[in-house]
Design a protein around this ligand. Structure first.
Ligand code: EPU
Length: 418
């Protein structure tokens, strides 16, 4: 698994991309689905599991809990029947954000969890107060000592919970714990991301009673037990968006397959506004060569608004557009570290907390640059493909956390990348 482990990606820019690329299953779904398996009393089988670093770490954490995981290609058979509770005081917990889904899942199953705070990309402050308030509303007590969080409940009782912000993580974590809470829980102002629908449909196959996922009000009737299931994970909309943007930047004619076009409407409509020529089918997006690009403004928002995760990759494309593009980042005010790196390549981007201004029409040149987080890495790969000369992206491990086989997928459509 995860073969592309070298820590530097080298790209010789200027090659035209042509052909077909297939999107893998969704990182932000699978990273919630894997921890949720601790709530099952029977075997869970997952298909099309992406080969990414975050999945490997979560598998290690499941094994730490004595959950048996067997991989057969991209199929995982997960057997939680002999699960034993242990405190998740393992350094791996701090390597990714999604380890926090063990809070909701273990609290639900064992009424107790003690673990390190999660890590994940450094995008500025990433509090989890809404998760903890949600657990408290269900009757849990929270104790925090330094980096260790302990959550305990004698019994979980359903409640009406209003989220001050439609947080993806808080929605999922509360949904997980509420599956085993007595009575009815409602989450109001819930996040509506497709990954939440995917997780809830899997939990419902396991016998959970969740209604309304994908809307701003989710209702969960607690149950006593969850059984096993077989589940196919949805395609990764952010990976799809990344390849579509790369194709818009350097493509002659690229078809991105395994896409749910409704999941990326905010992106595709912005790209069309920029002058990118696209054709959308039921499960693909075809991108034609689009030499003339116009500047556009975007505001990142929770789904179905423009995804913060695609703001960084789109910035690279904006350097090619005629005029000034403005980005307002409302989710992670400090998610602009890629701008520094792009400026090293010849871009002209002004940025400060909450916003950036890309002065377009600046050709990029290759140099040594650093991936500081996952989507920064994706932005730099696109920039490297666009640039004149050779680009060396250091700290490429950030990229392998979320992109399955990115080097071989891009090579297959004509990129010179290794
Ligand atoms: N927030 C709070 N308190 C909370 C929770 C969130 O203030 O208790 C704030 C955050 O600080 C942030 C905003 O709410 O400003 C959004 O946070 P959210 O909880 O929605 O995001 P998340 O669960 O931490 C997930 C994805 C991110 C993606 C965001 C937004 C996973 C593992 N991560 O993060 O994915 O950017 O939703 O869509 O699902 C990525 O894939 O590169 C990535 C960072």
């Amino acid at each position: 698994m995860v073969k592309e482990m070298e820590d530097i990606i080298r790209i010789k820019g200027g090659r035209k991309l042509k052909g077909e690329v297939t999107v893998s299953s969704c990182k932000n779904s699978v990273v919630a689905i894997l921890p949720s398996v601790v709530m099952a009393s029977e075997i869970v089988k997952l298909y099309d599991v992406p080969d990414i670093k975050d999945v490997q770490i979560l598998i290690k954490l499941l094994e730490f809990l004595n959950v048996k995981v067997r991989a057969d290609g991209d199929e995982l058979t997960i057997d939680p029947t002999n699960i034993t509770y242990v405190d998740l005081l393992d350094d791996d917990v701090m390597k990714l954000r999604a380890s926090y889904y063990f809070m909701g899942a273990l609290l639900g199953r064992f009424k107790h969890v003690r673990m390190y705070s999660p890590g994940g990309c450094n995008l500025g402050p990433r509090p989890i107060d809404l998760h903890l308030k949600g657990f408290e509303a269900l009757g849990a007590r929270i104790k925090q000592e330094g980096n260790i969080i302990e959550i305990t409940a004698d019994e979980l009782l359903g409640d009406d919970i209003y989220l001050d912000f439609a947080s993806v993580g808080a929605t999922i974590n509360i949904m997980l714990a509420a599956c085993f809470a007595r009575g009815r829980t409602t989450i109001e102002n819930a996040a509506k991301e497709p990954e939440i629908i995917d997780l809830s449909s899997m939990l419902n196959k396991m016998g959970a009673q969740i209604r309304g996922a994908g809307t701003s009000e989710i209702t969960i009737h607690g149950v006593n037990r969850l059984k096993g299931c077989i589940h196919d994970i949805i395609p990764d909309r952010i990976e799809a968006g990344t390849y579509i943007i790369a194709a818009a930047a350097c493509g002659e004619d690229v078809t991105v397959n395994n896409v749910i076009p409704q999941h990326i409407e905010a992106l595709t409509s912005k790209l069309e506004e920029m002058g990118v020529k696209l054709e959308q089918g039921s499960d693909y997006v075809r991108v034609y060569e689009s030499p003339e690009l116009k500047a556009v403004d975007i505001i990142t928002q929770p789904f179905p608004g423009f995804a913060t995760d695609l703001q960084q990759p789109l910035t690279s494309l904006m350097t090619k557009a005629k005029g000034d593009s403005k980005i307002e980042e409302t989710i992670y005010a400090e998610r602009f570290k890629h701008c520094h790196e792009l400026n090293q390549m010849g871009a002209n981007i002004e940025y400060r907390t909450g916003e950036s201004l890309v002065h377009g029409g600046t050709p990029l040149h290759g140099t040594d640059i650093f991936a500081t987080d996952l989507r920064c890495g994706a932005a730099l790969v696109i920039a490297g493909l666009m640039a004149d000369g050779e680009t060396f992206i250091h700290n490429a491990y950030h990229i392998y956390r979320g992109y399955d086989s990115i080097v071989s997928k891009l090579r297959a459509i004509g990129a010179e990348i290794e």
